[in-house]
Design a protein around this ligand. Structure first.
Ligand SMILES: Nc1ncnc2c1ncn2[C@@H]1O[C@H](COP(=O)(O)OP(=O)(O)OP(=O)(O)O)[C@@H](O)[C@H]1O
Ligand SMILES: [Mg+2]
Length: 183
């Protein structure tokens, strides 16, 4: 994968498959610590400790009775390639938190990619899920809670053209403002 946003989309798909109805996506850039941290948390079905081991390291597991994919291992590899790491906390019946830390200025760090577009597709494709999106760059923060937007909209869908357009602009502007470096 070429961009961190694509990994995020992939990891969020796991949360959706796990029947989560609340998903948090945090992207935290800390220039002082030189880290870019991605945290994806959900209230889905969770995983047992035993299964979690296979998911994180499918190659070192001798025998897997269940087929496991590569979404998490690829995300882990991308983080480790920048001197970072990936950790998963999960509890069956409660949920899962995936935390990936990247070396922010590391030459091999993938670009973050289009977070506005990524969140827009998630918000509009999965309207019944409450998304809490937070993007921080040092002290600056952009935060969206889709429930707050839903409360204002009432019965109007995110897919209604004017709402879709507004959401798209709102996310784009939020990201742009965040990226305007103060001199
Ligand atoms: N948030 C989650 N909640 C519950 N189970 C999860 C979660 N994330 C991953 N899993 C479990 O771990 C497995 C492996 O996830 P991973 O993303 O690595 O591969 P995959 O989703 O099976 O396939 P793909 O390669 O298409 O991503 C999933 O199939 C699922 O059983
Ligand atoms: Mg997956």
């Amino acid at each position: 994968m070429r961009e961190i946003s694509l990994h995020i989309l992939d990891i969020v798909q796991n949360s959706i498959a796990a029947k989560a109805d609340e998903i948090g996506v945090d992207v935290i850039e800390d220039r002082e610590k030189d880290t870019l941290t991605v945290v994806i948390g959900d209230n889905g079905c969770g995983m047992s400790a035993e299964f979690l081991k296979k998911v994180i390291d499918p190659f070192t597991t001798k025998r897997t009775t269940r087929k496991v994919g590569l979404g998490i291992p690829l995300f882990k590899m991308a983080a480790e390639n920048t001197g970072g790491s990936l950790e998963i906390q999960s509890k069956e019946g409660e949920g899962t938190v995936v935390t990936a830390v990247f070396g922010l200025s590391h030459i091999d760090r993938q670009p973050l990619g289009d977070m506005a577009g990524t969140m827009l597709s998630l918000f509009t494709a999965y309207e019944d899920i409450r998304f809490l999106y937070k993007h921080k760059i040092d002290e600056k923060k952009f935060f969206v809670d889709t429930r707050e937007i839903k409360n204002v909209l009432g019965d109007i869908s995110f897919q209604a053209p004017e709402v879709y357009l507004w959401l798209s602009e709102f996310l784009k502007e939020g990201e742009e403002e965040l990226n305007q470096m103060e001199v």
